[in-house]
Design a protein around this ligand. Structure first.
Ligand code: 2AM
Length: 177
């Protein structure tokens, strides 16, 4: 089985802005530079034939390049922890691309994603008891921003999970036009 997701990858100068914002709070598990991405669609575990259909369906997507920039940070809180993330703007082109990805994946045979799409670049995760570290990060980085950057491709990643965390392997790269 292959654990897949579709994402866009910020360029190096933008990743530098994100990595520079990370602090040394031991309560937070910071994402490594090589893991920074904005998820367009989490797919989950699929077998090889379906993975091949997914690759073909994503390859048929025609969508324009667009510009984004990082603007501010936020957090998701879940029952046993949460995630800190960087926000991007404008949302419209990312939402439009995610919708095309969603349609292509349904054509490949996947069930529809019912969770609302909330574009974000995860910076750190925590399990519990990190309230003050999280609040302090959000306060200090409310004006976090990058220069505009061009998104000229999107990527199918395979996630390999291990004791040491997740390693994301690029399976295919799809050009925007
Ligand atoms: P997150 O950053 O908000 O945690 C690879 O696992 C990527 O897919 C992560 O960026 C993760 O989002 C996202 N994702 C979305 N839904 C997921 C799920 N149910 N399980 C794991 N990852 C998920």
């Amino acid at each position: 089985m292959h654990r897949l997701f579709v994402a866009i990858r910020p360029p190096e100068d933008v990743r530098d802005v994100l990595v520079d914002a990370m602090d040394d709070s031991p309560a937070l598990r910071w994402v490594g530079d090589e893991q920074l991405h904005l998820t367009l669609r989490f797919i989950g575990e699929v077998d090889r034939p379906l993975a091949n259909d997914i690759t073909a369906a994503l390859g048929a997507i025609r969508a324009p390049k667009f510009e984004l920039r990082v603007r501010g940070v936020g957090k998701f809180e879940r029952r046993n922890g949460g995630a800190l993330w960087a926000a991007v703007e404008p949302r419209e082109p990312v939402v439009a691309l995610a919708a095309k990805v969603e349609r292509a994946l349904q054509q490949a045979g996947l069930d529809a994603e019912h969770r609302a799409f909330a574009p974000h670049i995860t910076l750190a995760r925590w399990n519990r008891g990190s309230g003050e570290a999280v609040e302090s990060f959000v306060r200090r980085n409310s004006t976090l921003a990058s220069d505009p950057f061009e998104i000229d491709s999107f990527i199918l990643y395979e996630s390999h999970l291990s004791r040491h965390g997740a390693h994301y392997e690029e399976v295919a790269n799809y050009a925007l036009t």
